[in-house]
Write a protein that binds this ligand. Structure first.
Ligand SMILES: Cc1cc2nc3c(=O)[nH]c(=O)nc-3n(C[C@H](O)[C@H](O)[C@H](O)COP(=O)(O)OP(=O)(O)OC[C@H]3O[C@@H](n4cnc5c(N)ncnc54)[C@H](O)[C@@H]3O)c2cc1C
Length: 454
């Protein structure tokens, strides 16, 4: 492939997760010639599925919120918006061990943040005094500036304690939402990221936190439709093709040889990006990707011989079982019920053997869902994602580069880049849109060509 100076040249996108898919589609839609390289045999990155006998299994339960506008736009572009369900109104059933029934967190008709007041006034896992203090802290969190450096350097846990939040309130309310969205407990989370999540999700627009999830295996929601839409848009998708090196020019090397492109977008995980980007292209101290780190998520899958949970999901408080999802429909199971327990910030669980997790979590599950007592376990297995997200601790913002690099023609995408969001599907979709916008902006007629045939 030859790139002549003066033309924008073809675009290489490295990495076929949601960020790479969003980038490649946006560039192809703008009329650019695009090649997407993905090391694995399928697209979708950290959102993928496999089969276990007859069962369709996701690597981990994924949910999104109504405020995830970039992700929802990506679903529309992929033609799969009818394969997800978005709650018409936020409602979260919450279970505590031994309780006969759920406590509900529901939104009411008042404007935010009062839309949650009705539920919170009756929120049994919290003492009445803690409920009042929660409201005051929520109002204070609305005023925090997530973009300020000093905000990012603070721990969310410390901030909550300074604002009168007890350990019980942090566990029963703040961490209930925070651990699942940030993949960190309050003490390990940056105040900036936490403020973004709570401001965007719970404190501004009453409808923002309505929860959505896929009705099909993730492969049918992201990877497979992406391949089809990219082909229709004229992009070339090369799965099973690991990029070994990227050098200025821009040359992309794989086991099949070297090719030249006008621009390259690295939509790979941080350590791969640091290794592939030419020295000096990313304005961070070498070793930055190690500093960003990673945080695990574990999903514990249980197939029971009977139906024990009526709701699509429940959240657990005062239990190691954080969230339990009914996976029966998505998995294709035709009798019994398939539940997935999703454990975020799973440092304590990631290396535990399956037998240990079973011994520990099955009694906890039956304690949360009394209906499960006496049910036979037909199958029990665990999926572990050691590098599910970057570690969203205080000071992380300075380790997240933007889409534009110091090397003209080289761009970055990925949920870990500087989106302001934690590592989520929304962050990935936003990063892809930002990388494509930056790349396309550099090539508008009359603008100086950069990075072509250098
Ligand atoms: C178990 C689990 C549960 C989650 N739950 C949620 C949730 O409920 N809600 C939510 O919003 N988010 C959730 N997330 C996070 C979300 O999945 C990610 O933030 C998002 O999918 C990341 O997309 P990405 O494109 O940035 O990165 P990735 O998905 O990591 O994509 C990077 C791609 O680059 C490829 N690659 C790497 N090296 C090379 C190379 N040398 N050459 C070519 N290709 C390469 C990889 O194979 C991969 O496909 C969860 C993640 C996990 C793991």
């Amino acid at each position: 492939m030859t790139v002549s100076a003066g033309s924008a040249g073809p675009v290489a996108v490295v990495g076929g997760g949601l960020a790479g898919i969003a980038t490649a589609l946006a560039c192809a839609d703008a009329g650019r010639e695009v090649t997407l390289f993905e090391a694995r045999p399928h697209l979708g990155g950290l959102t993928h599925s496999f089969t276990r006998g007859e069962l369709h299994v996701d690597n981990g339960q994924h949910v999104f919120l109504r405020c995830c506008t970039a992700y929802r736009a990506l679903l529309e572009r992929l033609g799969v918006a009818d394969r997800v369900l978005l709650q018409p109104r936020l409602e979260i059933p919450i279970r505590t061990p031994g309780a006969a029934e759920s406590t509900w967190l529901r939104r009411g008709d008042l404007p935010a943040p009062l839309h949650l007041a009705g539920s919170l006034l009756r929120y049994e896992p919290l003492r009445p005094l803690d409920r009042a203090r929660f409201a005051l802290a929520a109002l204070a969190l609305r005023r925090v500036d997530p973009a300020a450096d000093h905000t990012d350097r603070q721990s969310f846990g410390e901030w909550l304690r300074r604002h009168g939040q007890s350990a019980a309130a942090i566990e029963a309310l703040w961490d209930l939402v925070g651990v699942a969205t940030l993949n960190a407990t309050a003490d390990d989370a940056s105040l900036s990221l936490a403020a973004t999540v709570f401001q965007e999700g719970l404190l501004t627009d009453p409808a923002a936190a309505d929860i959505g999830w896929s009705l099909v295996p993730l492969r049918e929601l992201h990877g497979e439709p992406a391949r089809e839409r990219l082909a229709e848009a004229g992009a070339e998708v090369r799965t099973g093709t690991k990029v070994r090196a990227v050098s200025e020019g821009w040359k992309v090397s794989t086991d099949d040889g070297e090719e030249r492109f006008g621009q390259v977008v690295l939509a790979t995980p941080p350590p791969v990006t640091e290794q592939l980007a030419p020295a000096g292209a990313i304005r961070l101290t070498p070793g930055w990707s190690g500093g960003l780190g990673s945080s695990p998520i574990v999903n514990v899958h249980v197939v029971l011989d009977r139906h024990v949970l009526d709701e699509p999901f429940v959240a657990g408080v005062r239990t190691p079982v954080q969230w339990v999802f009914d996976r029966t429909r998505q998995s294709g199971l035709d009798s019994g019920q398939y539940l997935a327990m999703s454990l975020s910030a799973a440092d304590a669980e990631i290396d535990l053997p399956t037998a240990k997790l079973r011994e520990r979590l099955l009694p906890e599950l039956t304690s949360l869902l009394p209906e499960a007592r006496g049910a036979q376990v037909r199958d029990f297995f665990v999926t572990r994602e050691r590098h599910a997200t970057f570690r969203p601790g205080p000071g992380t913002a300075s380790l997240r580069p933007s889409a534009i690099t110091a090397a003209p023609g080289l761009y970055l995408a990925g949920a870990w880049t500087a989106t302001g969001w934690p590592a989520t599907m929304e962050g990935a979709a936003r990063s892809g849109a930002a990388a494509a916008a930056a790349l396309l902006q550099q090539n508008v007629p009359g603008k100086k060509e950069e990075g072509v045939g250098a």
